[in-house]
Design a protein around this ligand. Structure first.
Ligand code: UDP
Length: 242
């Protein structure tokens, strides 16, 4: 058992991508529940401002993975061993691939109207065996929530990907955790937008150079405010070490 890294009070499991994919697929086939979060610096900083979110991450999740160069740096800087980054989007694609091989039905929940369907169509194009149990956009009122849960459960999905953005997706999955039937529940932010081709990810060389944040900033300058979480995160981690 590898030591869990505690970064600013958030417990991060130091799994590699392969280990996470293997465990989550195996657990899903064995009907074991996993509530998964891929925690980047922004999520860890959100938890510093939002006590309920921090409590949720600490007490209600089953696996928090190190997303983003910042989280990997912080874990290693604080003396833990975090072998690699497990980005939410990459994990989502790997799980879709496994789901297609093992005939595990998946549900796509979130994004603007039509985007989950477009992402699902692209998923089926890449992995023709993919069983899409259902799709539902991420814009709804509180009154619609029981019907959404019913739709997800009736679909027979065993993996539920919720793309509502953090922390909304985690709070939603947690609120309804006892009612939801899919074993794997995971928040994936803007991943449907990427799979549907609406938003581009940084080229591989930029990801490897730990510059994905810079690419996102140039492509979506409106994210500037959100991205100030990064330098704040670095400062907070340095302070924690002292
Ligand atoms: N979204 C949603 N419902 C909402 C708010 C947001 O479905 O009430 C979707 C939005 O359409 C987008 C995603 O959630 O697809 C959030 O994307 P963002 O890039 O902010 O997430 P990140 O990947 O940075 O966590």
């Amino acid at each position: 058992m590898k030591e869990i890294a505690t970064i600013l009070g958030v417990p991060v499991n130091p799994y590699t991508m392969d280990e996470a994919v293997e465990k989550l697929t195996k657990d899903t086939l064995a009907k074991k529940i996993n509530f998964v979060v891929t925690a980047n610096a922004e999520i860890i900083m959100m938890a510093q401002q939002d006590a309920d979110y921090k409590k949720l991450l600490l007490e209600k999740t089953d696996m928090i993975l190190p997303d983003g160069a910042g989280t990997v740096w912080a874990g290693n800087y604080l003396g833990y061993t975090i072998p690699e980054r497990v980005a939410g989007y990459d994990l989502y694609l790997r799980l879709l691939e496994e789901a297609s091989k093992k005939e595990i039905p998946v549900f796509f929940f979130g994004g603007k109207p039509g985007i989950a369907e477009e992402a699902a169509a692209e998923g089926k194009r890449r992995w023709p065996g993919l069983k899409v149990a259902g799709c539902r956009n991420g814009y709804f009122s509180a009154e619609e929530e029981p019907a959404i849960i019913e739709e997800i459960n009736r679909s027979g999905a065993a993996m539920l990907f919720a793309a509502l953005g953090a922390p909304k997706q985690e709070k939603w999955l947690c609120k309804y955790s006892d009612l939801l039937k899919p074993c794997l529940r995971m928040g994936i932010g803007g991943s449907f937008d990427v799979l549907a081709g609406k938003v581009q990810r940084a080229p591989k060389w930029m990801q490897d150079a730990k510059l994905e944040w810079f690419y996102r900033l140039v492509k979506q300058p409106s994210r500037f405010g959100r991205m100030l979480a990064l330098p704040k995160f670095v400062m907070a981690v340095r302070k924690e070490k002292k």
